[in-house]
Design a protein around this ligand. Structure first.
Ligand SMILES: Nc1ncnc2c1ncn2[C@@H]1O[C@H](COP(=O)(O)OP(=O)(O)OP(=O)(O)O)[C@@H](O)[C@H]1O
Length: 261
């Protein structure tokens, strides 16, 4: 039987508002992401993209709206509840433990899914040792997966910028997410690094993880995303497949300038 693409809703938000004093940073935003999609979020500087990420990962409490993930209500939930539900993220400004090794950074992420937790790992007792070995093995496998296994024992701060971004992705994957939210992962990367990153994102999706992506590199977004939403002044002004979004006059005016390419 031919493969029928079955659409399964993973994340849904409706009517999301977030205000900072008089600034309406998110104004009635709605979007839904299906399982297996690479879903892009674009928009000019200050449009509200990172604010939306912060709402979706529990860092900001929205003022109004609805937010469900796999049908679970995550409205105004704390970051740890969001992570445990299966949403992981990376940050626009890389947030690693700079004086820990690459391996240790991933192991910290992995502790979300273990019984011992970070405290158990620090005060190592015999009961946690077997679990610790499993965490280490899984973390090394993740470093291998993102292509930086050879840097496992190096301090995070000594890795190249591109490799630090890969490390952040490995750490996020260590929490076993169903949705991986990446905030400008290609920022500061050269052409080759960006191409490699694109392939990594395609591999992650092929392995069953849905991706939500903020990126300013429009060419990358158009070639990678299944659907794209466009924010402008906190409002969603367009949503659809890249070809449609890139030719939408509102998007051209708000974001892409005069030339859609
Ligand atoms: N914690 C905060 N307190 C006050 N204002 C904030 C806060 N976070 C974001 N804002 C404001 O909300 C608006 C949206 O910012 P946000 O960072 O979400 O935009 P963005 O689309 O991610 O922009 P960029 O592409 O530059 O990263 C901006 O005007 C910003 O100054």
């Amino acid at each position: 039987m031919a493969n029928q693409a079955k659409t399964e809703l993973l994340l849904e938000i409706t009517g999301i508002h977030k205000r900072f004093g008089g600034l309406h940073a998110l104004n009635d935003v709605a979007l839904s992401i299906n399982k297996g999609e690479i879903y892009g979020l674009i928009g000019p500087n200050g449009a509200g993209k990172t604010t939306l990420f912060n709402v979706l990962t529990g860092l900001y409490q929205p003022d109004e709206g609805k937010f469900t993930f796999k049908g679970i209500d995550l409205f105004r939930q704390k970051p740890n509840v969001v992570v445990e539900s299966g949403i992981a993220r990376t940050f626009q400004n890389i947030r690693l433990f700079h004086n820990m090794t690459a391996l240790e950074n991933v192991m910290v992420g992995r502790h979300v899914r273990t019984k011992a937790g970070v405290i158990g790992a620090v005060f190592r007792n015999p009961g946690t040792k077997a679990e610790e070995a499993a965490i280490r093995a899984r973390s090394l496998a993740l470093l291998d997966y993102v292509g930086i296994r050879k840097h496992a024992e190096e301090h995070a701060k000594n890795l190249s910028y591109g490799d630090q971004r890969r490390l952040e992705i490995a750490r996020a994957l260590a929490t076993d997410p169903q949705l991986l939210a990446l905030d400008e992962p290609a920022a500061g990367m050269n052409g080759k690094e960006t191409d490699d990153l694109k392939r990594l994102m395609e591999k992650i999706r092929a392995d069953g993880v849905t991706i939500l992506l903020i990126e300013h590199d429009v060419k990358l977004m158009m070639g990678l995303c299944d659907r794209i939403a466009v924010l402008d002044y906190g409002k969603k002004i367009a949503e659809g497949v890249p070809e449609v979004v890139k030719n939408d006059p509102r998007v051209i005016e708000a974001y892409l300038g005069a030339t859609p390419d």
